[in-house]
Design a protein around this ligand. Sequence first.
Ligand SMILES: [Zn+2]
Length: 452
Amino acid sequence: MLTLAHFDWLYPMTSAPLQDAYLIMQGSEGGGTVLAMGTGEPPNCGGSRWDMHGTLALPGLVNSHHHLFQTLTRGYAPNQGLFAWLQSLFPLWGHLNPEAIYQSALIGLAELMLSGCTTTSDHLYIVPEGQDSMRFFEATIEAAKRLGIRLYVTRGAMTRGWDHGGRGPSNLIEDEDTVLQNMQDLVNRHHDPSPLAQIKVALSPVSLPAVSARFMKETARLAETLDVRLHTHGWETLDERQWVQNVYGTTELALFDEWGWLQDRTWFAHAVHANKEVIDLLGQRNVAISHCPTSNMRLGSGIAPIRSFLDAGNTVALGVDGSASNDGSHLLAEARQALLLARVLGGAAAMTVEEALHLATTQGAQALGWPEIGQLAVGLPADVAVFRIDDLFHSGAMAPLEALLFCQPVLAEVVVIGGEVRVWQGKIPGIDWSAEVARHQLLSRQLLETQK
Ligand SMILES: [Zn+2]
């Protein structure tokens, strides 16, 4: 049993905020739930009890789009847009192996947890020729299990290379039938449909220019058969829109619709260049999007019309994307970016702090088809992110949510996942992080050396 007492503020997100609040949680390796939530002095339930004065608690944040392997290649191609950036990075990614995937995931997942994230998706779409794809995905799962974070593995793939008019080098192109079989194996082995799951699996061809029409259709069909979710990049750049026009003579929206992708099991990353027709149809079909503001700015892709999506009632989640196009994984900072970028496009009233936090919590949960997370309520998963609001960075800000979103984004003080404390006093205990960072740095340097 774990009792966290006397938060200055607790924002459950689906019920009214509580002042001088407590949470009582049962821990059981990811499966723990909230037993009680209230104000004032908590009842004595035994177990551990900690005082949380000077802090604000939120549901654990939800990251809906990411590529953990990219933590090994941060800061590359600093002045290039998506396509040129990918071309610069493919030669390095061609040398990834299970060991590098594990280490990149460990560092990327830890970084997310330290920012208050308790559930993340990961879109791994690089399996170099000769590598065992199952080992790649299981390396990521192993890292998540070591840290205790909830992970939505999305099985990415590139199947259409340069030689077939696509967008990937031949050593990164996988055979479609092999990938489809592997998707099925991965789901059978690791997908847990329960609300208290630690690992879930979705299917995610990388993007329209890097896969075939057949593969998109087959993936949608397989998702239906296995009853799992679908994920891919959509409407990210004008260049991709042009490619689709040149190759198929139509729009991305028409293709996704024709190929069975516009259904409520789908969430798309980006939607930067979504027009009214896209927003309306995605809304009608209950298709979610993952907004990745920093990545869109870093690559100069554009500004997603998030206000229009929200006004139409669509689900808009948040993604740090990257880590080679962000190049950080700070989910609270990403919520702040979303808030500020919406205002660049639509003025100061374009997004409120509450809306920005919903993107990172309840909306993230909706996008992942996992409505039990992203909120705090009795009986739901005990995933909590706690931030100090009494420190130097927040001093002088008396409104708690405004303090958290407008002041400098800080790291989490405490993170609880499934009732288990995973971050304590801003650190992930029990792991020698200097050794893990040294290992990660070495693997990153080795990737760079392959290019000499
Ligand atoms: Zn992405």
